[in-house]
Write a protein that binds this ligand. Structure first.
Ligand code: SF4
Ligand code: FES
Length: 200
């Protein structure tokens, strides 16, 4: 593993392949907001709230820190008017789904995001994929997945698997940054779980 030297908000950082910008920022205590990232899961790059500006060979671009790999002599900026505005708009879009989410509201306050800017969306899910990936990667059960496409895309429990596996697990619940997951579970449980499948 070769050492990679880069700069994050003016601080020199010694990183290694295959670290991401987020990993490198954590080494020097630079905080970058995240919503779809989890230490135990593969990086996913869904929410984009971790957007930062990365400059390499004189070229600057906005990238997702949780998936973008560090590069030699890269110069990273984690806060600027442009970055903050991008995060603000992303939060406004997510707040249209989950206006009461504590995580989103905390970030909205920091970035001045207006929760009323976009019309409310029917689904509370912000498609971060934490629940789906946790169930697949850690529990190896695949009891939950994405359904539909585009604006209709959301998560759904697979009733046959969920009725066997979820009742005694529910480890994905605290990962959800909105209340979408619990609501989907309760609905699945009410509609599809046979009473006999439950074990207290
Ligand atoms: S239900 Fe929650 S954890 Fe699952 S993808 Fe949607 S927002 Fe993320
Ligand atoms: S935390 Fe990086 S894209 Fe979600």
């Amino acid at each position: 593993m070769s050492e990679i030297l880069l700069q994050i908000d003016g601080r020199e950082v010694k990183a290694k392949e295959p670290m991401t910008i987020l990993d490198a920022a954590q080494i020097v205590g630079v905080k970058i907001p995240t919503l779809c990232n989890h230490d135990k899961l593969e990086s996913y790059g869904a929410c984009r709230i971790c957007v930062v500006e990365a400059e390499t060979s004189g070229r600057k671009r906005l990238v997702a820190a949780c998936v973008y790999p560090v590069e030699q002599n890269m110069v990273v900026t984690t806060r600027s008017a442009k970055i903050d505005k991008t995060r603000k708009v992303l939060l406004e879009e997510m707040l249209a789904h989950a206006p009461d989410s504590v995580d989103l509201r905390k970030l909205a306050e920091e970035y001045g995001a207006d929760g009323e800017r976009f019309e409310k969306e029917a689904s509370f899910c912000i498609l971060c994929g934490l629940c789906v990936r946790y169930c697949a990667e850690i529990k190896k059960k695949d009891a939950i997945g994405f359904v539909d496409r585009g604006a209709k895309r959301e998560i759904s429990f697979i009733a046959e698997i969920a009725s066997r596996e979820c009742w005694n697990c529910k480890e994905c619940f605290p990962l959800c940054p909105t209340s979408a997951l619990q609501a989907a579970y309760v609905l699945t449980e009410a509609l599809a779980f046979p009473e006999s499948a439950r074990k207290d």
